[in-house]
Design a protein around this ligand. Structure first.
Ligand SMILES: Cc1ncc(COP(=O)(O)O)c(C=O)c1O
Length: 431
């Protein structure tokens, strides 16, 4: 039996896996055509036809609408921009509360702050890692205006339950679907169930344009407001049929023709890219099927999980080795990104010190009763501190050989758990 790489043995994955090669000749030719046209962006920040961008941007948005069955797709230069625009389009303002999960990329919880709104953290479900509807209910106050749910790791949140809560309390449901293109729940695409859905097209996503994002909605009014916030609303809104000036102050969140041209080609390949990640996840799950104490990803009933991240739980008492030691051993074998996800976001200095916009504590001064203390979301803290191991499926290219190596790494580390326990205790004693 070969030694663990952590203790000097040869690693199972001998070097970095190949780069994610999703850009092909089709994208290259599309970019070339745009460059040859001489028009790299056709947006104007003034009233008129070009307020909505050029031919590629519009074609990309139309293709996205067709693929996801929505009435409006509004491209952005990132999902971060899309999230800010979504909060703005929803009419959210200073002191309003937005319920968010503590496990997501920081942009989800930062977006409300730009409008002076207060992120309120609700805990997550221990098995799916997405917002727990019961925890969301417990966070609702008269100041709550929206639920910003994240389809984390490529799995839809409990979207219909959240939508029902939103309906009962007259809230908006915004879906951060950055990680979940083609994820679905009961036959509906994730991202299209809430009032607005936001997709990411950054380099690490299933399909990408380098940087980019897409907001989708079936609401004409919200679509216009998204378009305005994307492109200098204040100078354009006057001539349009927009009834409220709330948040009609815009940005430059516009996508270039180059990115849109790449996006059109990427969208044609989306099934293949998503299916490859699903196949990797299936193989990793099969590799741990008989390893007691490693709990495979749990897919919500009726859901399609598209595995931006393959995430499992370690039951330390069953395996007999701490999650941290297991993931160190896995990392040494070349199974990268193993330990946990982000720290629960309310523990960031931003929330602990309550300093966001300016130095006087705005907007937190508007909601001093909202707590960001350690312990407010015990499920996420337990998962973060002791249980989660993950593999980012979009971090590298995956062929059959790499898949096999990653599976072997998991099984090798598990096989050596007694040695790991013994030597881990020794290492801890020396530290
Ligand atoms: C859940 C989530 N939300 C938002 C973002 C931000 O996406 P972008 O990099 O396109 O701004 C990401 C990016 O990884 C994400 O994973």
């Amino acid at each position: 039996m070969t030694r663990l790489a952590l203790f000097g043995g040869p690693p199972i994955v001998p070097g970095p896996l190949p780069e994610y090669p999703s850009i092909g000749v089709e994208e290259r030719l599309a970019v070339q055509r745009v460059v040859e046209s001489g028009c790299l962006s056709a947006f104007h920040g003034s009233p008129g036809a070009n307020f909505l961008g050029g031919v590629m941007v519009r074609a990309f948005e139309e293709a996205w609408c067709r693929r996801f069955g929505v009435s409006h797709a509004v491209s952005m230069n990132s999902a971060t921009s899309g999230l800010i625009a979504a909060v703005g389009a929803a009419g959210i303002g200073p002191g309003d509360e937005v319920i968010v999960p503590p496990w997501t990329m920081s942009a989800t919880v930062a977006a409300p702050l730009f409008y002076g709104a207060i992120p309120v953290f609700a805990d997550i479900e221990a098995d799916t890692f997405c917002l727990d509807p019961a925890a969301v209910r417990a966070c609702i106050t008269p100041r709550t205006r929206a639920i910003l749910a994240v389809n984390l790791f490529g799995q839809p949140a409990s979207l219909f339950a959240l939508k029902e809560i939103a309906r009962q309390h007259s809230l908006l449901l915004i879906e951060d679907n950055a990680q979940g293109p083609l994820a679905a729940l009961d036959g509906r695409y994730a991202g299209t169930i809430g009032d607005i859905g936001v997709f990411s097209l950054n380099f690490h996503k299933h399909v990408h344009t380098g940087e980019g994002g897409m907001c989708v909605t079936n609401d004409d009014r919200l679509a216009t407001r998204l378009q305005l916030i994307r492109n200098h609303a204040e100078s354009i809104v006057e001539g349009l049929d927009v009834h409220s000036l709330v948040n009609m102050v815009g940005f430059n969140f516009r996508m270039t023709e180059l990115s849109a041209a790449i996006g059109i080609e990427q969208l044609k390949k989306i099934d293949r890219h998503v299916e490859r990640r699903e196949a990797l996840a299936r193989a990793l799950t099969a590799a741990i099927a008989d390893l007691r104490g490693l709990v495979a990803p749990i897919v919500r009933q009726g859901a399609r999980h598209v595995y931006y991240v393959w995430a499992i739980r370690v039951e330390e008492s069953v395996v007999g080795v701490s999650r941290n030691l297991l993931s160190r051993a896995l990392a040494a074998e070349g199974f990268v990104n193993a330990t946990g996800y982000v720290r629960p976001l309310y523990l960031l200095p931003l929330f602990q010190q309550r300093i966001a916009i300016g130095g006087a504590g705005y907007p937190f001064t508007l909601a001093e009763s909202v707590s960001y203390a350690k312990g407010i979301c015990p499920v996420v803290e337990r998962l973060h501190e002791r249980e989660l191991i993950l593999y980012e499926t979009c971090a590298s290219d995956i062929d059959d050989r790499s898949t096999g190596l990653l599976c072997d790494a998991l099984r090798k580390v598990y096989r050596h758990r007694d040695e790991l326990r013994a030597r881990g205790a020794e290492m801890a004693g020396r530290a």
